[in-house]
Design a protein around this ligand. Structure first.
Ligand code: KIV
Ligand code: ZN
Length: 521
């Protein structure tokens, strides 16, 4: 393999999914994983199988269904974790187990309440156990950048002796600076020379806004795998953003000399899909995928770009897939046209799913003259959101007037199939319908965040609502899409309620093995 080829390890579905309020179901995770495969990432970290039955199922489904990338499952350095991860990735074309244990004294003393000697023993046992299941094993000394480099090198050496094939050095709390991080990696190469025979990987968090800079410094120090997430999502301030690191390596290839296998034209679509399904909005000025990343506001800049784009643009928007989606359908388009438009967008839909999508498409086409590629993407991702055993919105009436408080009446189908009705007089129509849903379901959910965006421009644009609510201490998000913003909002609320209720049930049943997720991997 080209010595300057950088492996892109995507952790959107693992570290990214650990962001507060994100709760993806298996269908949504599968859809994202398929899109990551189209994007051309080398490794998909599909989840943390022992953390919940849902995570296990999703990793297993991805391992069975998604072809191309290596599929990795995360495991603490415990036999049970490793076994669960091994079972989840077993059917992948190229399975990987990623096991980790902290090497910083802060973590060893305060979190693990253990000793350096124990950490060495656990690391040895976990890597050896993982190697008994798969030949591709990644080992991470967690919180490495706050750890003693000599001790970390000893643990890395043990992982190498037991057959680890990738060694990942996490800047778990986003504390390192680029120079320090590079120096740490160079020192590890000196102390554990066997590192040169495996892939060295970087995993940087963005607490100080240095995740991408640190990842680049790591690559320049010899790392050939970068762990990153779409839109930079992840614990706290998130992970290095995939689109930034990939476009940095592509745009400055002449100077830096590295390559990746990513098809950059899929970046914009992947970013939109992840944002939509997670409910995490991309800030407008975000590098590469923010809506202003290619917008020019000042007269001088506009003048320059009209004369020659290179005056103020270092990248071409088409290289990340931001332009060229000129596909348009209308109300006379048939099922076949919809199917091929969806295929062009990368969605393979047949049978019942196609019938449902066609029904939704017709409803929208009746209210909206042109249905664009962006609308279709929003519609299909919206369809993925409904799950078995969740609440669903049946119908609603909202009376709105500026002379009396708005009143909402709503019917919701419960997970048991019963139709329940509730009503409420609220401060505004959205408040009224949210509280009417609480009344119908007899749940005391509290709204934490609410947002409504237009999918495209124009008066008849689809509205996309996003809700974060809290129920019995569990927060969860939900999204909804409709030409009617009240309907989109109600749909989003009902889905968030379903997610929250599922989380509450999991906690109540305490059916899970205890998994300490904070401070997180
Ligand atoms: O941030 C971290 O240390 C992690 C490890 C599991 C790689 O996510
Ligand atoms: Zn992490």
């Amino acid at each position: 393999m080209d010595p300057n080829r950088v492996v892109i390890f995507d952790t959107t579905l693992r570290d990214g999914e650990q962001s507060p309020g994100i709760s993806l179901n298996t269908t949504e995770k599968l859809e994202i994983a398929h899109q990551l495969a189209r994007l051309g990432v080398d490794v998909i970290e599909a989840g943390f199988p022992i953390s919940s039955p849902g995570d296990f199922e999703a990793v297993r489904a991805i391992a069975r269904d998604v072809h191309g990338p290596v599929i990795a499952g995360l495991a603490r350095a415990h036999a049970a974790d490793v076994e669960r991860a091994a079972e989840a990735v077993r059917d992948a074309e190229r399975p990987r187990i990623h096991t980790f244990i902290s090497t910083s004294d802060i973590h060893i003393e305060h979190q693990l309440q253990s000793t350096r000697a124990d950490v060495k023993g656990q690391a040895r046992a976990a890597v050896a156990h993982a190697r008994s299941f798969v030949s591709d094993v990644e080992f991470s000394p967690m919180d490495a950048t706050r750890a003693d480099v000599e001790f970390t090198a000893e643990v890395v050496q043990i992982a190498l002796e037991e057959g680890a094939t990738t060694i990942n050095i996490p800047d778990t709390v986003g504390y390192a600076t680029p120079q320090e991080y590079a120096a740490f990696l160079r020192r590890l190469y000196e102390l554990a020379p066997g590192l040169r025979d495996v892939v060295l990987s970087v995993h940087c968090h963005d607490d100080l806004g240095l995740a991408v800079a640190n990842s680049l410094a790591g690559v320049q120090a010899g790392a050939r795998q970068v762990e990153c997430a779409i839109n930079g999502i992840g614990e706290r301030a998130g992970n290095a953003s995939l689109e930034e690191i990939v476009m940095l390596l592509a745009t400055r290839a002449d100077d830096l000399g590295y390559t990746t296998g990513v098809n950059t034209r899929e970046i914009a679509r992947t970013s939109r899909m992840v944002s939509r399904l997670t409910g995490y909005v991309v800030q407008p000025n975000k590098a590469i995928v923010g809506r202003n990343a290619f917008a020019h506001e000042s007269g001088i800049h506009q003048d320059g770009v009209l004369k020659d784009r290179s005056t103020y643009e270092i990248m071409d928007a088409t290289t990340i897939g931001l332009e060229g989606n000129d596909l348009v359908l209308g109300k006379h388009s048939g099922r076949h046209a919809l199917k091929s438009a969806l295929e062009e967008l990368g969605f393979k839909i047949d049978g019942q799913a196609l019938n449902t999508a066609f029904k939704r498409f017709k409803e929208i086409a009746d209210r909206k003259k042109h249905v664009t590629a962006m609308d279709l993407e929003a519609l299909v991702t919206d369809e993925l959101r409904d799950e078995l055993r969740s609440y669903s919105l049946e119908w609603f009436d909202v009376d709105v007037s500026n002379r009396r408080p708005p009143h909402a009446r709503v019917a919701v189908r419960t997970p048991d199939g019963e139709e329940v009705v509730g009503d409420f007089t609220g401060d505004g129509p959205v408040d009224a319908i949210f509280r009417a849903i609480n009344a119908a379901t007899k749940r005391e959910a509290r709204l934490r965040e609410f947002r409504i965006d237009a999918v495209t421009g124009g008066q008849d644009a689809l509205g996309e609502a996003s809700v974060v609510l809290e129920l019995a201490g569990q927060s969860a998000s939900g999204q909804g899409v409709s030409t009617d913003i009240i309907e989109a909002a109600a749909q989003a609320y009902v889905r968030a309620l379903s997610h929250a209720e599922r989380k509450v049930l999991v906690v109540e049943e305490a059916a899970l093995p205890e998994v300490e997720l904070t401070p997180t991997p």
